[in-house]
Design a protein around this ligand. Sequence first.
Ligand SMILES: Nc1ncnc2c1ncn2[C@@H]1O[C@H](COP(=O)(O)OP(=O)(O)OP(=O)(O)O)[C@@H](O)[C@H]1O
Ligand SMILES: [Mg+2]
Length: 253
Amino acid sequence: MKDTKVIAFSGKGGVGKTSLAALTVRLLIDAFPEARILAIDADPAVGLSTALGVVVTHTVDDVRKKFVETVEKGKKQEAITFLNEAHYEITDSIVETENFAFLAIGRPENAGCYCSVNSFLKETISALTEDFDYVVIDGEAGVEQVNRRVMEKVTHLILVSDASKKGIGVIHTIRDVAKHLGMYNQTGAIINRIKNETIKQLVDTGDIDVLNYIPEDEALSLMDVQGQCLLKLNATTPAIQGLREALIQINVI
Ligand SMILES: Nc1ncnc2c1ncn2[C@@H]1O[C@H](COP(=O)(O)OP(=O)(O)OP(=O)(O)O)[C@@H](O)[C@H]1O
Ligand SMILES: [Mg+2]
């Protein structure tokens, strides 16, 4: 099996998962220009595409919906053909850019009893990741996604939080669930949007290692306000510098 690094960002809502995932893609492109990189937007709200300047036309969920409709119409033969072609269908959802590929999941598992289809799609995505050297996943807020396991195997689970007790609580829950599921090889926290040294000193992540603290970065906020692609962010900004150090800590770059 190929040694693909699968890096997932997880944490409370609004703490910077999407921004850091996008900037990770950028740092990977800089560090390994020859590598095959896949960015996966696993948040149904779809934010990573904007951060990476990608236009999404369809998602994995569209593939799933098409299948479910076929089954519900009782077209068994078509459904079988469809499953055989799922790999192709999903590959077809991938947007290729000059430096990386992009896949949006949409809603990975709605309520309903199509578990076999869901796990089949999950397997298909896992198989597909073997075509890449690096996979960066921008997760949905909270622990649900870890529970649902969009991917069977994350190698590097990056827990993102702000300085709040609530944010730290959420990363503990996520870490515990992920650990229980044996989901990752390496993990650690990035404490993002630190406003000053006093706040930094007060943050207590308990038994979770802090990979780095990233300060509030005005240049990053500004790009977000303007809806600009984060790949263009100046490499000397504190957010990129801080993230680079964190990714080195956890052996991603
Ligand atoms: N270090 C930082 N400095 C300044 N602003 C930041 C920083 N990190 C993130 N932000 C800003 O915080 C906001 C939320 O960031 P982002 O969308 O990346 O979070 P998220 O965790 O993906 O949120 P959601 O849970 O809603 O998907 C954005 O406006 C982003 O520009
Ligand atoms: Mg997000």
